[in-house]
Design a protein around this ligand. Structure first.
Ligand code: FDA
Length: 526
């Protein structure tokens, strides 16, 4: 039987590509094996022939949307034990044309730390998670593979009055989180995690081990908010810890539409960024069943941390936000570290050990973000409610995080994270689904995109800003290989506004061949 020419060419191309892939893979492994004469790297290399490969791959995948049979898988996963092994991986990958994806906690919303369209190796930082705390001088060194939970736990073990202003979810890796900004419940008091990075250890494309002094202020600026994946492998951060009082107060007050949620939320927009810096009140919006049979409503959960006791909080609320009707019984006093468990959703009385647990239940999701500079009118909020009545929203929500306070005092160019003064709050849109298959994915992703389109008149414009740690490939992507400054500016100015230019400059100096790249990495000028 004769094959049609096009089919023949395809078959030839396919076998050529497969052979090249196998070749790349084997040469890369051989290269690493050469090094293994001097160290134990062979013990931390996983290929699909290895029985632990799937376990290691899936151990920190947080979005099953990127863990389907058709998701491209790494040819190799390496979990280095030290700096020299990272240098070996980078050197072999460059010699043999393997792309490197660095993974710390694996929370990237678009799976960029463990999925790539080209042959790739995952450099997984799981074995590099040492944390050392210097209580006397209020700083810590934390390796990138540590989670926020591990960091918070270690801080609390050593001090009751030191804390750190990073994210709410304990399983997040500090490698990705700090390099994209990183915020939590004390951002109004202290700003972001990245604002508190005072030194870092990084391995660059040439395999050099650099600290703040040897990398210079440009590169040190870029990795604190510009996304680590573009500039090298961050091995560890030195961070300044912050004082926290021995007693803090938390509350969650729920209001649905029948309980005046629209008006209270509308009012919240006028006060949330102006409160005392010690007070953080975010709002979590979800669909809910109404008390009227068969009807749906929207619930606004006003979820708060106050850095002090309730004796001070209650008068503050009475003065600044009486519409919420906060009463003594709504408030619970606890230590700062217990508030970390509270915001992570653990029941009260839970042992701090849960912070060391790196596993979490995961279902597929898609997220997007926006910044709000002017209060949204009630009619605009009502339009959001309409979207909650759609079928895809069984597991959907909006999280509104107030800015102001310290966030407004830090200049837009101090670090690459530019969303400072002028922002009342940030919105995170989230939709989850447990059904498998492309139809479920498409309908939920389409819901969140429709909601995002609806929100356009109410949020920041030119550019429509977004938070890089809520990675969203809908806002633009690079071409694999070569991306023009102009093309990358489409997404780059949304994440970084005017800082994008300086990031491109730093990239051009430190990684001119664009070795460290992904779908939204900073491109060098060619
Ligand atoms: P992951 O390992 O996936 O890395 C993310 C990116 O950083 C990738 O591009 C990766 O290549 C790169 N990278 C990772 N380690 C690196 C290293 N050592 N050197 C160089 N590049 C590296 N954010 C927030 O600010 N506040 C919050 O409260 C939350 N809450 C939250 C909850 C949940 C459930 C999720 C899934 C995510 C969040 N986030 C968040 C977002 C989070 O900050 C963001 O996804 C971080 O990039 C995650 O960092 P990881 O190291 O876990 O991710």
């Amino acid at each position: 039987m004769k094959l049609p020419v096009s089919l023949f060419v395809f078959a030839l191309l396919f076998s050529f590509l497969s052979a090249t892939l196998a070749h790349t893979h084997e040469n890369f492994l051989q290269c690493l094996t050469l090094y293994s004469k001097n160290d134990s790297i062979s013990e931390v290399i996983y290929t699909s022939a290895n029985s632990s490969y799937s376990f290691v791959l899936e151990s920190s995948i947080r979005n099953p949307r990127f863990s389907t049979p058709s998701t491209p898988k790494p040819l190799v996963i390496v979990t280095p034990l030290g700096v020299s092994q990272i240098q070996e991986i980078l050197s072999c990958a460059q010699k043999h044309g393997m792309q490197v994806r660095v993974r710390s906690g694996g929370h990237d919303y678009e799976g960029l730390s463990y999925v790539s369209p080209v042959p790739f190796v995952i450099l997984d930082m799981i074995n590099l998670r040492k944390i050392s705390i210097d209580v006397e001088n209020s700083f810590a060194w934390v390796q990138s593979g540590a989670t926020l939970g591990e960091l918070y736990y270690e801080i609390a073990e050593q001090s009751k009055t030191l804390g750190f202003p990073a994210g709410l979810c304990p399983t997040i890796g500090v490698g990705g989180h700090f390099s994209g900004g990183g915020y939590g419940t004390i951002l109004r008091k202290y700003g972001l995690a990245a604002d508190h990075v005072i030194d870092a250890h990084l391995i660059d494309v040439k395999g050099r081990f650099l600290d703040r002094k040897s990398m210079g202020e440009d590169l040190f600026w870029a990795i604190r908010g510009g996304g680590g994946a573009s500039f090298g492998v961050i091995v560890a951060w030195k961070i300044k810890l912050v004082p926290v009082p021995s007693t803090v107060t938390v509350f969650t007050v729920n209001k649905n539409l029948e309980q005046n949620a629209t008006k209270i939320l509308h009012r919240w927009q006028y006060v949330a960024d102006k409160f005392d810096k010690d007070l953080f009140i975010r709002v979590v919006l979800t669909g809910a069943n109404s008390s009227q049979e068969g009807k749906k409503t929207v619930q606004a959960a006003f979820n708060s941390l106050y850095l002090g006791g309730k004796d001070k909080l209650l008068p503050l609320m009475q003065e600044g936000f009486p519409e919420l009707g906060l009463v003594n019984e709504d408030c619970e006093e606890m230590s700062w570290i217990q508030s970390i468990l509270y915001f992570a959703g653990f029941p009260s009385g839970q042992s701090l050990d849960v912070l060391l647990n790196r596993t979490m239940t995961v279902i597929s999701y898609k997220a997007k973000s926006d910044y709000v500079k002017n209060p949204i009118p009630e009619s605009g909020l009502e339009g959001i409610w309409q979207r909650f009545y759609e079928i895809e929203t069984e597991l959907a929500g909006l999280i509104l995080t107030p800015y102001g306070g310290k966030m407004s005092e830090i200049s837009e160019s101090a670090i690459p994270f530019p969303h400072r003064a002028g922002n009342i709050y940030k919105i995170q849109y989230l939709v989850y689904w447990s059904e498998e298959g492309t139809a479920a994915t498409e309908s939920h992703v389409s819901w969140i995109r429709r909601l995002y389109a609806y929100m356009a008149p109410y949020v920041s414009k030119s550019p429509r800003e977004a938070y890089i740690n809520y990675r969203d490939l809908d806002i633009g992507t690079n071409n694999e290989g070569n991306t023009s400054y102009r093309q990358a500016s489409i997404w780059g100015t949304k994440y970084f506004t005017n800082n994008f230019k300086r990031l491109v400059h730093v990239k051009t100096v430190f990684d001119p061949t664009n070795f460290f790249r992904n779908e939204q990495s900073i491109p060098p000028l060619s």
